[in-house]
Ligand binder design. Structure first.
Ligand code: ADP
Ligand code: ZN
Length: 748
């Protein structure tokens, strides 16, 4: 690298690199600590929530030290996306995996030997083939980053046996420093990681686990399909992942959604590899926005603009919940996490845990541990404490609410649940139905499950109901106006609060308890809860990149992104994240200079994609009469260096214009876009006032433009452009009018 100054980790240098490659203004404080630890050759343990910015912690140091870092990563798909993303910003990175041809491997090897690679990704399986470990050591690798480091721990949620061997590295690669990265918050896993990797006096960096951009909601599951449809509608502009417990549930729900014209796909481990791959690819390329999945749709799903994660049922632990909701809003923009709860969920899980324990002969201690974790989540979900607070505290962190009103971003603080009108009467009808179907013999009562009770109360004369004569009961059709799911949920609530008993077993049946009788005799009132109907609220629109932007333009830019993603065969968010597109729709840059001020636009992407995006923006702003090149954050990037750089670039263009060279020619010579060079040319004409500009505008076009301007009496570009019906490009009009008037003309 030509601009390389070894081991200069000064704030100026970090900022320079960050701007150049990523288009970011500054490293976050914890990223800074992690980077400095690595540059100093120390071991470190980096624990940050998803979206916290772990990648920069290992991506930045090699650019500062000029050496190659080896990154251990669990999945090939994950590595591939990362390498693609890095290459798009001009960052030299590669991945070694088992499916490469000898030629490809040789190419990587050569690059390693030359020292031109900054990151080399590898899976543990591949790393431990032959004596690769030693070879890499000889190649001068001095730093190893272990991504998703919790995979090394049995106490984590993603244990991978092949990660265990990483403990050999300390011995087999002496003199190498390690950086372990994870989003797992539990101290036990953290300690396990440090121990297994034999970290030496590691710098431990633990981020804040609260994710303020997420709105957490726990709603009673009263109408699953409607509730899921509502969620996807609230987030039409982005992706939604819906998690279900069973494979069958995912397929049924996906069918229901498709029936309602929502493009949705199911995903679970039972589908063929081809189908799964296709769903993943379409999801990444933004050709598919709604996926209904089991937890198999997990690691490797790194799409950053997932706007909503729905749990169709309660997951099995707080860790799992944290992990799965973690996939929402990785770009830092607002996102929603909706958990649809019914008390039966916990029961379903305990049955799954028990069955699986029997099948796999799990140790009793482990089963108890799993049931405990389940109970912790059930408590959190049924509790009425702020969700942000409860989650933070669960992971041992104090939570400071942004206001006395609470977090402003959870169902509790937003007061989204309310009491159902006539709760007690509804409860009495349910309980009395349980009594009626029991056959009236208190000694040998017949018992039925919730589904049967709800069917009778709804008044549905199914074959089963008729056969038992339950269509003749006085409670038949007594609650016909309440939807099936809602009734099921009310029954669950009664069970949950001990007002109704439920037998555990393969077919859980309901029975009356002494509390039930108190309700039936009118000695006790009941409070059933539901979600306020008007809960259509959007998650709070406050984030790092806040401010209004043009939604229509944002949509157009998303299309451009999709098109480019298709062309480059990379996930869409790798081209630009939503935050960058939104800022483009706010700043509306129509030349490269302005485009570069957008956060998230580094030099390489500006050069590669700038023209395409600025053209789209210019065209949109023209049609919609919007202002362009608005300033982004004041003072951004107004550094002397770049102003001076611009000046000297312009001087070079001027020299070439002196020789009469064309805009395209100069653009390719200088590696800049024609739009930028056209800007230089306008300036050139204004300053140097050449008598003849036929080198750039042919006489016929010149005449066409000047006569249109005369006719319209216009001194602005837009009317002339419109008059010529878009036949003549903006740049040519700008150049010609500058020549005619002797000074540059306004845009609009
Ligand atoms: P993690 O790996 O911890 O889940 P990422 O590394 O993917 O997180 O980063 C999350 C998001 O934050 C990405 O969209 C990334 O571009 C953005 N980001 C990371 N560091 C910075 C920074 N210093 N300034 C601005 N944005 C950042
Ligand atoms: Zn709250």
């Amino acid at each position: 690298m030509q601009d390389f100054k070894p081991n200069d980790a000064s704030p100026e240098r970090i900022r320079e690199i960050l701007l150049k490659y990523w288009g970011f203004e500054a490293v976050r404080p914890l990223q800074n600590q992690a980077v400095l630890a690595t540059v100093a050759g120390r071991d470190s343990l980096v624990v940050m929530p998803t979206g916290g910015g772990k990648s920069l912690c290992y991506q930045l140091p090699p650019l500062l030290t000029g050496r190659t870092t080896l990154v251990i990563s669990p999945l090939i798909a994950l590595m591939k996306d990362q390498v693609d993303a890095l290459r798009l910003i001009g960052y030299p990175a590669a991945a070694l995996n088992s499916s490469q041809t000898p030629d490809e491997v040789r190419g990587i090897w050569d690059a390693l030997r030359e020292g031109s690679l900054r990151l080399l990704f590898i899976s543990p399986e591949r790393l431990f083939q032959g004596s690769l470990v030693e070879l890499l050591g000889e190649m001068g690798i001095t730093h190893v980053a272990v991504d998703e480091a919790h995979c090394i721990s049995q106490w984590g949620h993603d244990f991978r046996p092949e990660y265990r061997r990483l403990s050999e590295l300390r011995v087999r690669m002496p003199g190498v420093s390690f950086q372990a990265l994870t989003a797992t918050a539990t101290p036990r896993v953290r300690e396990d990681i440090a121990q297994q990797l034999r970290l030496r006096d590691p710098v431990t960096i633990v981020g804040t686990f609260d994710r303020p951009n997420l709105t957490y909601r726990v709603h009673q599951r009263t109408d699953l399909v409607e509730q899921v449809v509502g969620a996807t509608q609230r987030h039409k502009e982005g992706a939604t992942i819906v998690y279900c417990i069973s494979r069958k549930d995912t397929e049924n729900l996906a069918d229901e959604l498709r029936r309602r014209k929502i493009k949705a796909a199911a995903y679970h481990a039972g589908l063929g590899a081809g189908v799964r791959q296709r769903v993943q690819e379409h999801f990444k390329q933004e050709r598919l926005d709604v996926v209904v999945a089991t937890v198999a749709f997990g690691m490797g799903i790194d799409r950053s603009n997932v706007r909503c994660v729905v749990h169709a049922a309660m997951p099995k632990s707080v860790e799992a919940y944290q992990q799965e909701t973690g996939r929402a809003g990785r770009d830092g923009l607002p996102a929603e996490c909706l958990l649809l709860y019914s008390a039966a969920d916990a029961m379903k899980w305990s049955r799954i845990i028990e069955l699986s324990a029997r099948e796999h002969e799990t140790e009793p201690a482990q089963v108890t541990h799993q049931l405990q974790m389940l109970e912790e989540l059930r408590r959190l979900v049924t509790g009425s404490r702020c969700r942000h607070r409860a989650l933070s505290e669960y992971f041992g962190q104090e939570y400071v609410a942004p206001s006395t009103e609470g977090c402003g971003a959870c169902d509790v603080c937003l007061r989204e649940s309310r009491e159902v009108a006539d709760s007690t009467v509804i409860a009495q009808k349910i309980l009395s139905c349980v009594f009626r179907v029991s056959g009236g013999d208190p000694e040998r009562p017949l018992s039925f499950g919730a589904k049967h009770i709800a069917t009778v109360l709804r008044g549905r004369a199914t074959a089963d109901v008729m056969r038992r004569g339950h269509h003749e009961l006085s409670t038949f059709g007594l609650l016909a106006d309440i939807p099936m799911d809602t009734l099921g949920n009310y029954i669950d609530q009664l069970v949950d609060t001990g007002l109704l008993g439920r037998e555990h077993g393969q077919y859980p049946t309901l029975y009356l308890t002494s509390s039930s009788w108190e309700v039936l005799r009118g000695k006790r009132s009941v409070e059933l809860r539901t979600t306020r109907a008007e809960t259509g609220v959007a998650p709070r629109a406050e984030s790092e990149a806040a401010g209004p932007f043009d939604a229509g333009l944002f949509e157009r830019l998303r299309e451009v992104r999709r098109e480019l993603a298709g062309r480059f065969e990379v996930p869409a968010y790798i081209i630009f994240g939503d935050a960058a597109l939104q800022e483009m729709a706010r700043v509306r840059p129509v030349n490269l200079e302005a485009f570069r001020t957008v956060k998230g636009v580094g030099e390489r992407k500006a050069a590669d994609f700038g023209d395409r995006f600025t053209a789209e923006i210019a065209e949109y702003c023209r049609t919609n009469g919007l202002s362009t090149n608005n300033s982004s954050v004041p003072g951004r990037r107004a550094s002397k260096a770049s102003a001076a750089g611009r000046g000297s670039l312009r001087a070079r263009s001027f020299e070439m214009f002196d020789q009469g060279r064309s805009v395209e020619d100069v653009a390719s010579q200088m590696g800049l876009s024609p739009a930028t060079i056209a800007g230089h040319l306008a300036r050139y004409i204004e300053e140097r006032k050449p008598a003849d500009i036929s080198a750039w505008i042919d006489p016929a076009t010149y005449e066409l433009i000047t006569s249109a301007a005369r006719k319209l009496n216009a001194d602005r570009l837009k009317p002339v452009f419109d008059h010529l019906a878009g036949l003549v490009p903006y740049d040519k009009i700008r150049i010609t009018l500058t020549h005619v008037m002797g000074s540059r003309v306004g845009e609009d």
